[in-house]
Ligand binder design. Sequence first.
Ligand SMILES: [Zn+2]
Length: 1016
Amino acid sequence: MGIVSLLGVVLLLGILCAESKYMVYNTSSGIDAGKINVHLVPHTHGDVGWLKTVDQYYVGSNNSIQGACVQNVLDSILPALLADKNRKFIYVEQAFFQRWWRDQSELIQSIVKKLVSSGQLEFINGGMCMHDEAVTHYIDMIDQTTLGQRFIKEEFGVTPRIGWQIDPFGHSAVQAYLLGAEVGFDSFFFGRIDYQDRIKRKKEKSLEVIWRGSKSLGSSAQIFAGAFPQNYEPPRGFYFEVNDDSPIVQDDIDLFDYNVQDRVNDFVAAAIAQANVTRTNHIMWTMGTDFKYQYALTWFRNMDKLIHYVNKVGFELYSTPSIYTDAKYAMSKSWPLKTDDYFPYADRANAYWTGYFTSRPALKRYVRTMSGYHLAARQLEFFKGRSDSGPNTDSLADALAIAQHHDAVTGTEKQHVANDYAKRLSIGYAEAEKVVASSLACLADSNSFIGCGDSTTNFQQCPLLNITYCPASETDLSDGKKLIVVVYNSLGWKREDVIRFPVVNEDVIVHDSEGRKIESQLVPTVDAYVDLRNYYVRAYLGSNPNAVPKYWLAFTVSVLPLGFSTYIISTSQRTGAGSTKSAIYKFQRDERSAVEVGEGNLKLTFAVPQANLINYINSRNLVKESVEQSFSFYIGYNGSLDKEPQNSGAYIFRPNGTYLIKPEQASLTVIQGPLIHEVHQQINPWIFQTTRLYKEKEHVEVEFIVGPVPIDDGFGKEVVTQITTSLDNSKTFYTDSNGRDFIKRIRDFRTDWDLEVNQPFAGNYYPINLGIYIQDSEKEFSVLVDRSIGGSSIVDGQIELMLHRRLLLDDSRGVAEALNETVCVRDDCRGLAVQGKYYYRIDPLGEGAKWRRSFGQQIYSPLLLAFAEEDGDNWMSSHIPTFSGIDDSYTLPDNIAVITLQELDDGKTLLRLAHLFEIGENSVLSVVTSVELKKLFPGKKIAKVTEVSLSANQEREEMEKKRLVWKVEGSSGENPKVVRGGPLDPKKLVVELAPMEIRTFFIEFDHTSFKRKFDA
Ligand SMILES: [Zn+2]
């Protein structure tokens, strides 16, 4: 067909040459069913920070690093599009576009609006950035997409149709079904899949598939997904930036180097090559790459000519991914089915992009912490009422959005850019902190009415609590002062949990709001934590911290759903009446054979001679297991002298040997008290570990401090911990997709092709955001994490987590820096130490999901602490000590979470409810569940509820009507019945959610009936 006829005509081109005069190029081509249609998609790829910061890329500063200026791109696109109505351009990253939009005159804005409505300029993807898909949490992905897409809707009235994730390093199931189908995209395109997978897919013409990312939502959330045959750049020889070296199309016969025939031949050859690996006669050429079109006319001038000349023989057109998608859809073909995801990604043998799952673990933790805080701060902003002028949560939202970029939270940016992301988060936090403080003050102030006028309480929070630094709680109470602690719970369930913070007094006593004494425990602050505090407070705040408090005060709090409780800390009148001081025991190697810890159902027995051997016994469910817990490091591969150099670096994990870290000291320190038992182990001079058990909990909490990782031997190191059990998981393990669906992984195996194993460690690593688990016929062993991290099950029975990476070489993927993070106090620079937690638990088979899901939410949304000093009056009698934002009689079902409760700038309320379980995951909780909206908003009258798309830029019904119905090849095309919640009854206002469903609503209240709950 097309290919043959196209070839035939190429030979005749000699007679089609142009004359040297003013030329009108015919660019008005449409689709021709009988020929190969080459869709030229002019695009630019704007990294929202990478080698330069987002602002540097926008204004075009720091060009010695990279000649890139997004302002130039957007400025030059306009005249180029206006010059010919057939020309088209797509734009993706709203963080850049919004910066530019704010700078434009009304005239330019109106011109841009016309270009958008005519389809010449099309927004695709539409989030603030092109987020990463491995190390991002689904709530952050949703938030950043919503932020960008709602701006597009408000300014232009359009909804992006296409997912465009061309550069992220592998692709997630959650991206396909949640951030794809549930956002209302018609298709989704990307550039990076495993090189072995790509070879096979090209052979089978299966680069384009129907992707069903969710077991639970199946065909109801499937999407047409296309991997590019090579990358997101043009075919070789068709780069037309001013300084590119591809031959331009020279068609002036009076000048030398006339080359129309050569260029057309090149074009046809490249088109045929691509057509040979693609189904249907439509192929897409991505005409652009990173920061291109700074002088857009060079691209369009050459594409105009190519379209003009090639159209005489074949077929090409200015296109967009939307036009391409419609053309594919119109062919009414069946497509191969794809399930699970595209991780891990290797671009060639020995180049697995699995190092970035862990790179910059401190930044990753900061992003995750801010994400959970953002969710809570928005709730509190909603309760108080949003202020457009005063402090609000917008700048934190913006900073978080940018941090999801595929060179931000990934850790693959230059150091100064990583610092820029952290700075933005810190500025955003500082403003959100004010929102939280004033909202809590308002809600606690019994005299305040609507609008929260003049509450005087100045609540302090402690963002550096992780390094044992909390000036607000370190106040001296010995002169009779009292410390008020307000504890906010952003989950929709009542929660009992142990909180802890540093205190300076020893004889403290804790009372709840009813005046009851609460059992509490003083846990000593040991050297490893003191060192962290002293160094990092100086590094972060530039000042010396006060004397180190000797204790952490820990006690159990009970907090209502979306609510707070208040506790009072004071010094006790008589010694012994207050907190229980922990007992401390230190065991040497030969002193005794074993030591048992645990006050509740779960007990651990540590073997003293080899402290990494632990006997795990849960007396409630009778689970017993022997656990071995150890640390190792991989040496980062140095390939500088190899023929095909490939070092381990920020992106790539390429180990050169594994080394077990043998504990240098065999001693164990045991801390015991009524609430918490801890076992402290100094593993070596740069690894400290605390194993913690809570009386009321049935999981193990492990807190690690790793670093500074030594490099004086000249080797980069990647530090891992291994937790080994006797479970026979026969190579199989499960890791989450962006904190949501769990995906089955099999060691040294891929579902889609016969894997050639070159990297038995790196090639089996997967991203973990929520957790990882293994199981056998009796038990399941789950590990949950506090940030995104890389991990695997490299040998049966074992789970491995990579905790920290410090490397000395660059891995040749562009960043041109070694991942060697340091922290400096003046001239004293040290390798970064990382502190973090993971949690593990062993359950009878089939019972692990309940803990993974509900405790997983608690990790994401820790209790928020705010401190104040009692100001004379009796606090409890002059304030509202407990609060719940929802009806007193109500709690959300165990399988549902509120993932967004936000007052938007137009006064509407945005509510997102998420079912937390997959089908079949739990016999009781993997079912359709209802939420009563009326009970979520006591004291307010709901006037209108509108269900919208996940990104809140169109009505759900409208989105479903437009949805393309794609056909799937073979028997897999039969759609098994999918369960979804039914439509919302506008009177009853009860929302049904099926497993893994997320539903998004605009809620409008009748403000005449507005009443605060406690005034009612
Ligand atoms: Zn990129």
